[in-house]
Design a protein around this ligand. Structure first.
Ligand code: EPU
Length: 417
């Protein structure tokens, strides 16, 4: 098993290019199922979850080609299967995104029901409810969701909770449904907007993406096209915290500053200098940061995917910080690891109270999920001594070339087998 070793104490300094967003790339690649024409997708990051998505599509008969420069070509003209197996879904929950497109294009989908997850139960009842509202008949057989519909019909769908992949799944099904679909309390995340604009460029008629009401007029056919994945706002944010926590000076280039504004505001409140311009953000440390309070919320609130990384910064900030996680019920797995480095954190339900200490000390650590892993990397950068992080495969699901990017900024980080 691979491990990452970090010698703490180096300042991050320089420019880092932000990769395409994992959570935008996955639905855009999956959307190629909706047409028999070829799609070219640019700015796709090189990540384990992208590999899994391509493998899933190949398994159902989609021709998928990937090039070194981040382009994926997908051609679903000879799609011949409708099943996403347990083996794939258990390694990547986002596999459930094929449910809506398969149902819309082939009238049938069989997808393994995902189990629990390190960060929470993460049910998909809202995805299923939405598809049922479009006329799908859904049954559960031997751990698989079997969805069938001769012809999907547009409807009014209200989500009790704004769900990102749920909105994407239903939106992809509704583009080929008969008539109009209205999704109320839709997720407003930039990844949903990216998917909607890709679908529109393929001939779909979607209005309102980015607001909580999305209207879709069904069409009979979609065409192919060439698309670009938006920059990864969570990778951007992770490097922003990296700059602040090491007292460094880093420019994140090829990013979209508006997408990570809640973090920008918190870092400024904590005392770091943050400047932004067209396609770039620069973060400069300014001595020890001060504690700030944070509550995660759906976009445009503070992203749950940045909660762990901000908590790491709070462990060595001046004062007491209160962090409340409102999206996932078990997203404090990093706390126990951070405590092993000397952090003073108390957890009560979905709230963590962090009393800033003056320093963290390096320790052997275990990564538990993707964003928790990123928070441990940040802790290692700031800690005194050598931190060894195991189970780094979590990191490879969502951060492209992270140790190369960090090394280029001056971090002392390496990977060992
Ligand atoms: N929920 C339900 N029922 C559903 C769907 C969701 O109760 O049918 C609940 C969830 O349990 C959660 C809340 O609704 O409490 C919001 O979950 P959401 O469905 O929005 O999450 P997701 O679509 O499964 C995506 C990202 C996550 C990110 C969340 C929240 C992808 C592939 N994944 O997950 O990304 O944390 O939105 O922003 O887009 C990550 O990248 O590390 C990651 C976990």
């Amino acid at each position: 098993m691979e491990k990452i070793i970090i010698e703490g104490g180096a300042r991050l300094d320089g420019i880092v290019r932000i990769s395409g967003a994992k959570n935008a790339a996955l639905p855009v690649i999956v959307a190629s199922i909706l047409t028999d024409k070829e799609n070219k997708i640019n700015n796709v990051p090189s990540l384990k979850d992208v590999d899994t998505t391509c493998q899933l599509l190949k398994g159902i008969g989609v021709r998928v080609e990937r090039s070194e420069d981040g382009q994926v070509i997908a051609d679903a003209s000879h799609i011949n299967d409708t099943e996403a197996s347990y083996d794939l879904v258990r390694t990547m929950r986002a596999s459930v995104l094929v449910l809506g497109p398969l149902l819309a294009r082939l009238g049938k989908a069989k997808v393994s029901l995902p189990g629990g997850c390190a960060i929470g139960a993460r049910p998909i009842n809202l995805h299923l409810k939405g598809l049922e509202m479009l006329g799908a008949k859904i049954t559960l057989e031997h751990g698989y969701i079997v969805a069938e519909a001769k012809k999907l019909k547009g409807n009014r769908i209200y989500f009790d909770i704004a769900t990102v992949t749920g909105t994407e799944n239903v939106m992809m099904a509704a583009v080929l449904a008969e008539g109009k679909t209205i999704i109320e309390n839709a997720a407003r995340e930039p990844e949903v907007v990216n998917l909607a604009s890709v679908l529109n460029s393929m001939g779909a008629l979607i209005r309102g993406a980015g607001t909580d009401i999305i209207e879709i007029d069904g069409v009979t056919k979609l065409k192919g096209g060439e698309h670009t994945v938006i920059p990864d706002r969570i990778e951007t944010g992770t490097f922003m915290v990296g700059a602040a926590i090491t007292g460094g000076d880093v420019e994140m280039k090829d990013c979209i500053p508006e997408h990570i504004e809640p973090l920008t505001m918190k870092l400024r409140e904590a005392g770091a200098y943050v400047d932004t311009g067209e396609g770039w953000i620069r973060v400069r440390g300014n001595g020890r940061t001060e504690s700030v309070d944070v509550k995660t919320a759906p976009y445009p609130g503070f992203p749950t995917d940045m909660q762990a990384q901000l908590m790491t910064l709070m462990t060595i900030s001046e004062g007491t910080s209160v962090i409340t996680e409102t999206i996932f019920e078990n997203r404090f797995m990093h706390v126990a690891e951070l405590r092993r480095m000397g952090a003073d954190i108390k957890v009560e339900g979905n709230t963590a109270v962090i009393n800033g200490v003056t320093k963290l000390s390096a320790a052997p650590l275990m990564a538990t999920d993707l964003r928790a892993s990123a928070s441990l990397i940040l802790a290692g950068l700031a800690a005194e001594g050598e931190t060894v992080i195991s189970r780094v495969y979590h990191l490879d699901r969502g951060y492209e070339a992270i140790e190369k990017k960090l090394s280029a900024l001056g971090a002392k980080v390496r990977r060992i087998k």
